[in-house]
Design a protein around this ligand. Structure first.
Ligand code: ADP
Ligand code: MG
Ligand code: MG
Length: 252
């Protein structure tokens, strides 16, 4: 589904990704771990096509097409979803309204018919039931006054409605208490499917106790320096990143 080869990217003229390669197949959950400043969020932003991230070398192929050639909206329409590390608040904009706009933009991009508010409400109700989420968040403005846990739960709900093929979650676990973490994990697990892949960017091991990844990768200094199964995450928790990063110095 996703093949990243030798990706180099710059932010504000500074090279952050320095030859990153990664292959993700449908149905797989990949955890990306690594020290602060390694380039984890940059990877998510480059994949979603966020402004200000300049790719200087390498390729990203998604379902056989050149992902980097697509505008951000086209990537979303093609099923790429990025949940932000710091979700934005949009005061005064109703959450359901916002979600329908995103949903319909995606449908339009695929050449599909948009849903009217009644049809969308029906879909939202089904998703709430599947995800076991209360409808309380829907009536509020986007993320306004949401607690950390509510924001993350809302992201998982957005993901459930948008039904991405490739879901990128950037530190969806950060700042969550254990109950909220379990809820987020349960949401991700509910959405796992043979035709959907997840890139879970996380700083800590603990989310991976609840969402068991197929692969764990260590991103250090702009590259994947080590890959393994879930036992790699436990090893990192025990020994930290220092040893791993030091044994794989970046190319001069
Ligand atoms: P991580 O998510 O692994 O903690 P980031 O991808 O956020 O790392 O950041 C990697 C490096 O890129 C850091 O040194 C950070 O300061 C820098 N960086 C990221 N985004 C920006 C930006 N928008 N402007 C300037 N520097 C940035
Ligand atoms: Mg960080
Ligand atoms: Mg980050």
């Amino acid at each position: 589904m996703l093949k990243i080869e030798n990706l180099h990217a710059r932010v504000e003229g500074k090279e952050i990704l320095k030859g990153l390669s990664l292959t993700v197949n449908a149905g797989e959950v990949h955890a990306i771990m690594g020290p602060n400043g390694a380039g984890k969020s940059t990877l998510g932003n480059v994949l979603s096509g966020r402004d200000g991230y300049e790719v200087t070398a390498g390729t990203v192929t998604y379902n056989g097409i050149d992902l980097l050639a697509l505008a951000p909206e086209a990537r979303a329409a093609a099923g790429v979803f990025l949940a932000f590390q710091y979700p934005v608040e949009i005061p005064g904009v109703n959450n359901t309204y916002f979600l329908r706009a995103a949903f319909n933009a995606q449908r339009k991009g695929r050449g599909e018919k948009e849903l009217d508010s009644m049809q969308f409400l029906k879909l939202v109700r089904e998703k709430l039931k599947i995800m076991q989420i209360s409808d309380e968040l829907l009536h509020r403005a986007v993320n306004e006054g949401f607690s950390g846990g509510e924001k993350k739960r809302n992201e998982i709900f957005q993901m459930a409605v948008l039904e991405p093929q490739l879901a990128i979650l950037d530190e969806t676990d950060s700042g969550l208490d254990i109950d909220a973490l379990k809820q987020v994990a349960q949401g991700v697990n509910t959405l796992r499917s043979p035709d959907r892949a997840f890139l879970m960017i996380t700083h800590y091991q603990r989310l991976l106790d609840y969402v068991v990844p197929d692969f764990v990768h260590v991103l250090a200094d702009g590259r994947i320096v080590e890959s393994g199964d879930k036992s790699l995450a436990l090893k990192l928790e025990e020994h930290g990143y220092a040893g791993i990063a030091a044994s794989h110095p970046a190319d001069p």
